[in-house]
Design a protein around this ligand. Structure first.
Ligand SMILES: Nc1ncnc2c1ncn2[C@@H]1O[C@H](COP(=O)(O)OP(=O)(O)OP(=O)(O)O)[C@@H](O)[C@H]1O
Ligand SMILES: [Mg+2]
Length: 235
């Protein structure tokens, strides 16, 4: 068995005629948090969507739990045990918190089995259980979006910019929850907020211009101001 739950090797992805990913390599170790860093438009979301089969790569390989994902539909990929929390928290606003979680079940009884764990991670959701998603604050919606991906037995979660637009105190809560859940399920996170990424992640991969020029341990990156400045434009 590989040390990695996910191995993305040199993928190339086109959207229409545009060559968006030009050789991206991503490894995610078991029970860890790996972050994709990079400027706007670098290809971070496209990398997650390529893993999910939503923009399937035309070259390269993706192995989940040592098995290739090529040729599989997003539905089939999700069923293997990968949860996807897209950008902008796509929860159902006209459904209650309960209903949003219920429709995420893959097997009957998933929600009943997971409810205690979800409420422990996100106590607000218990209090808001019967409210419509549309009545939740941005932070509560993001918590619901993450919780939804935890209802089925996933072994890897892909989370796209969870902190976007949220207040610092909410970001802290969300980070604590992601850190906890990563003990059960590996996490591949896109995070533009370097401070958040540096506190949360074990490893980083920089995505730049559709490529992944550099990766390593987060503690090394924190020491390397020049690298951070060069690829992320923040000090
Ligand atoms: N449907 C599309 N059609 C054409 N180009 C697209 C499409 N979706 C994304 N792109 C282009 O692909 C590139 C990578 O986009 P992507 O959304 O993966 O970047 P990102 O790193 O997630 O950026 P952000 O930080 O802004 O979310 C960008 O140049 C973007 O304009
Ligand atoms: Mg994006």
């Amino acid at each position: 068995m590989s040390d990695h739950i996910l191995e993305v090797r040199d993928i190339h992805t086109f959207i229409g005629q545009f060559h968006i990913l030009e050789g991206v390599t991503v490894s995610v170790p078991h029970s860890s948090i790996t972050v994709l860093l990079g400027r706007n438009g670098a290809g971070k979301t496209t990398t997650l969507r390529s893993i999910m089969g939503m923009t399937p790569p035309s070259r390269g390989s993706i192995l989940f739990d040592d098995k290739p994902l090529s040729g599989k539909t997003p539905f089939a990929i999700a069923r293997l045990g990968i949860g996807y929390v897209p950008e902008h928290r796509a929860i159902f606003k006209d459904l209650t918190v309960h209903e949003n979680l219920q429709i995420a079940e893959r097997k009957k009884g998933d929600l009943a089995r997971k409810a205690d764990f979800l409420f422990e991670l996100f106590p607000d959701l218990k209090r808001l259980y019967h409210l419509n998603g549309g009545n939740l604050s941005g932070g509560q919606q993001q918590m619901l979006a993450v919780a939804r991906a935890l209802v089925p037995d996933n072994r890897l979660l892909l989370i796209d910019e969870p902190s976007e637009g949220l207040a610092p105190v909410i970001i802290e809560q969300l980070m604590a929850a992601i850190r906890r859940l990563s003990q059960q399920c590996a996490v591949l996170l896109v995070e533009q907020n370097f401070r958040v990424a540096s506190k949360l992640a074990d490893r980083y991969i920089i995505i730049d211009n559709g490529q992944s020029p550099i990766s390593g341990s987060m503690s090394d990156l924190i020491q390397d101001q020049a690298l951070v400045q060069r690829y992320l434009g923040v000090a």
